[in-house]
Design a protein around this ligand. Structure first.
Ligand SMILES: Cc1ncc(COP(=O)(O)O)c(C=O)c1O
Length: 381
């Protein structure tokens, strides 16, 4: 399988698996237990917290482990809703992940007012739009660091500064940015930041929420006193240890030069050279180095993905299946693409393991597949 879907999930790094196994086989105690058998488990929990904190330059006690990126985002928005002093207005963007948009819609159903900011044709958000949308009753702002479909980076630093000045809680969904670009909370004054392990070569089913010291908190899950009373439920120790190791590996990789950006550019330029009527969706440079979202005019993305699957190439489109029909990506339509253009777009996302041969294989087969589909696509009739 030539895997070009690293924004969907990543393979667990062998070094991550290695550190996880003892926490399934030997050190299977409960980290909350007081006896000696549980001591290495408790120590591993502390170490993982320090490793994740170090990646984003936070303090270990500012890291809360969760069950996934979605839970981190829901926890952040829930917290914003609970600790507000009667304010019931929130600002998000139209290009957020469903984990954000659906929780915002839930708040709306509870009487909140939600402002959903749009982006321009390149997927960029004007920070002035956030400033202009802030009202007396704004309780929180939540804007993602990098978009999962296009890789476009949002102006988190400017928004964070503005929210800090106005005393408004600011959350960022950094699930896609973490491990791909430097994300440092000592430089960008966010209050809350969500991340997910399975996007950074660690296992699925574990995430973290960074909560800046001094931020008021309201739990999302009630029960035991784990995570300093902030998230009930016995911790997924193997997953957390894996996330800690992945964070450590990501810190090292980010300090070294890697080939992901060069391979993505090689893929994109190769596609632009060999396939007519092709357009890259998203800003050319203000983008994650691993993501390329392209619109293949005149074909259905699903048909091309099917052909690629037969050639053992995995990629994806941002369209969602809803009640039997295909809905165009909300991110691409927010950027002004027509539903037809959005349904003709595919995301290729590379990872640290992607190699030149895989990119060359894709470039060798893609033009022919596109030409054949264009020959008999109903979109061309
Ligand atoms: C930007 C973004 N936020 C949140 C999530 C949800 O993360 P998880 O799958 O860990 O719940 C994803 C996953 O695709 C994502 O891409």
């Amino acid at each position: 399988m030539r895997y070009f879907d690293h924004n969907a999930t990543t393979r667990v790094d062998p070094e991550v698996i290695e550190v996880m196994i003892p926490f399934l086989q030997t050190h299977w105690g409960n980290p909350s237990s007081a006896y000696r058998f549980a001591r290495p488990v408790k120590q591993a929990l502390q170490q993982a917290r320090a490793q994740v904190a170090s990646l984003i330059r936070a303090q270990p006690e500012e890291i809360l482990f969760t069950g996934c990126g979605t839970e981190s985002i829901n926890t952040a928005l829930h917290l914003g809703a609970m600790v507000g002093r009667g304010q019931r207005h929130a600002i998000v963007t139209l290009v957020e992940h469903e984990a954000n948009l659906r929780y915002a819609a839930y708040l709306e159903s509870q009487g909140w007012e939600i402002t959903r900011l749009g982006v321009d044709g390149q997927g960029l958000l004007d920070p002035q739009a956030v400033k202009d949308a802030i009202r007396e009753d704004t309780a929180m702002v939540s804007v993602m660091w990098a978009n999962n479909e296009t890789g476009v980076l949002l102006p988190i630093h400017d928004i964070a500064m503005c929210c800090r000045d106005r005393g408004i809680l600011f959350h960022t969904d950094a699930v896609q940015a973490i491990g791909k670009i430097p994300v440092h909370v000592d430089e960008v004054p966010v209050d809350l930041l969500s991340l997910s392990a399975h996007k950074m070569n660690a296992p699925k089913g574990v995430g973290a929420l960074y909560i800046r010291k001094g931020t008021p908190f309201a739990p999302f899950l009630y029960g035991g006193g784990q995570e300093a009373g902030r998230r009930a439920g016995t911790q997924n120790m193997a997953g957390i240890v894996g996330l800690g190791k992945a964070a450590e590996l990501a810190s090292v990789r980010l300090s070294q030069k890697n080939q992901v950006g060069a391979l993505r550019d090689h893929l994109e330029q190769g596609m632009l050279r060999s396939i007519p009527n092709l357009k890259v969706n998203g800003h050319p440079t203000l983008r994650l180095p691993n993501t390329s979202n392209v619109c293949f005019g005149g074909i259905e993305a699903e048909a091309l993905l099917h052909q690629l699957d037969r050639l053992e190439v995995a990629a994806s489109s941002g369209s969602a299946c809803s009640s039997g029909s295909l809905e165009p990506s909300h991110v691409l339509t927010a950027m002004g693409l027509s539903p037809r253009q959005a349904l003709s777009s595919i995301r290729f996302s590379l990872g640290i393991e992607t190699c030149q041969e895989e990119v060359d294989y894709l470039l060798q087969h893609l033009p022919e597949q596109v030409r054949r589909l264009r020959g008999y696509s109903p979109l061309n009739q």
